[in-house]
Design a protein around this ligand. Sequence first.
Ligand SMILES: NC(=O)C1=CN([C@@H]2O[C@H](COP(=O)(O)OP(=O)(O)OC[C@H]3O[C@@H](n4cnc5c(N)ncnc54)[C@H](O)[C@@H]3O)[C@@H](O)[C@H]2O)[C@@H](O)CC1
Ligand SMILES: [K+]
Length: 480
Amino acid sequence: MRTAYSVETVRHAEAQLMARLPEGALMQRAAAGLAAACAGLLGRVYGARVVLLVGSGDNGGDALYAGARLARRGAGVVAVPLARDRVHEGGLAALLAAGGRVADDPFEVLASADLVLDGITGIGGRGGLRQDAVPVARAARGSDAVIVAVDLPSGVEADTGQVRGEVLRADATVTFGTYKPGLLIDPAKEYAGTVRLVGIGLEEHLPSVPALEALQHADVARMLPVPAAESDKYRRGVVGVVAGSARYPGAAVLCVAGALRGGAGAVRYVGPAADAVIARFPECLVHAGPPGKAGRVQAWAVGPGLGDDAGVVEEVLASDVPVLIDADGLRLLDAAAVRDRAAPTLLTPHAGEAAALLGVGREEVEASRLDSVRELAARFGATVLLKGSTTLVAAPDAESSPVRVNPMGSSWLATAGSGDVLSGLAGSLLAAGLGARDAGSAAAYLHGLAARHAAAHGTPITALEVAEALPAAWRDVSAA
Ligand SMILES: NC(=O)C1=CN([C@@H]2O[C@H](COP(=O)(O)OP(=O)(O)OC[C@H]3O[C@@H](n4cnc5c(N)ncnc54)[C@H](O)[C@@H]3O)[C@@H](O)[C@H]2O)[C@@H](O)CC1
Ligand SMILES: [K+]
């Protein structure tokens, strides 16, 4: 599990740690890790041309001390202070003592740099890059140099992943002590490149509940249901799929395709597209009447391609088993009925659907995904999976359940019907006994991994191919 903590928490932990260490020791640890990472990226340090973009705070200090270490190993290191009257004095003195210098002409040194360290702002940055930093940042990006962000790409919001102006896009980011939320969430994440975490001894001072967590293979493997010797199809869980309509029979087929590969013992399809479903999946149970008369299920997935049948959504919400609501179901749901449920509810909107549920514009959700998913979970008293390039899953008990961020996305998933597969898959995991947050986050993870499998040869993929690649994703994860 990778975890991220808010700036406030990081500062608190740093203060505790610093109180026990000699002055400047923490920054030296950060600079040592940063210099080592740069050396790795350069291959050969001796003779390399390194430029430091130095802001007015400690982020600039890290860059200067790391630059000093590289200069001692024979690199030509030049600092570009962006606020001439305010620069980390100890760091600058160390750089000069190691043979580094201050640039006369920033644009000239940037044009021939091999590596640029972006130490403009870290966790103390507010808003995008300031105007005076923009031309230098653009020149750095326009050069052939590898850009390494110190702690965070300068200009991103560390706590939210928002981007409110210009950001210096990095090829790699070296972050200290813990991940920050902005390194894991879009749009900021897109600017970070490959992220490397350098330990500085902060871990033991961080609280047990982070702001954010990202699953890895082994975490997902621990969640996945494994049939026991005495299992039969009912004990493994039956998932009811209420999806599709005369107009959209395909949504039913895709939702069932996902559900069949999600670990439930059986899939019960309820709705008007039974013929299409059976033609493709003879192993599926089908029922043409209302959900309440379909027989016992351990979870429902309702909504994809449903059209305007609000009655079935109401009926499913009235059940006492976990319910996943997606697509048309999100439009048709009664908010009070969701809030009043005793069993878990998992809502799976994309940004547009989330915006409609919140009564705001889609751009607002896109720009502040973390706040949006938290707000939805609180308002509906439900677990919410907000789809997107980084899918987020928030539970209503925010105090004890950090938001999960899916690290396994794939841009190939932007294809019609892939959300229907995800709903079926997550519904199946609910029926198999996973909690809503685990079901949502494990489903998003497997779904992204399946897409990567399906697109392994770099060709466009269909939603059904994503469903068909789920067993391969499941195998990968289980082997971890
Ligand atoms: N506190 C600690 O013990 C440690 C801090 N470390 C480093 O210190 C950083 C935090 O340092 P600071 O708190 O000094 O803050 P930063 O250096 O991140 O940024 C604050 C400075 O940048 C200026 N600034 C804010 N927004 C700006 C913008 N949009 N454009 C240009 N300038 C802007 C501010 O005026 C302020 O002087 C971390 O990100 C990390 O790199 C590391 O050395 C590890 C140890
Ligand atoms: K930075």
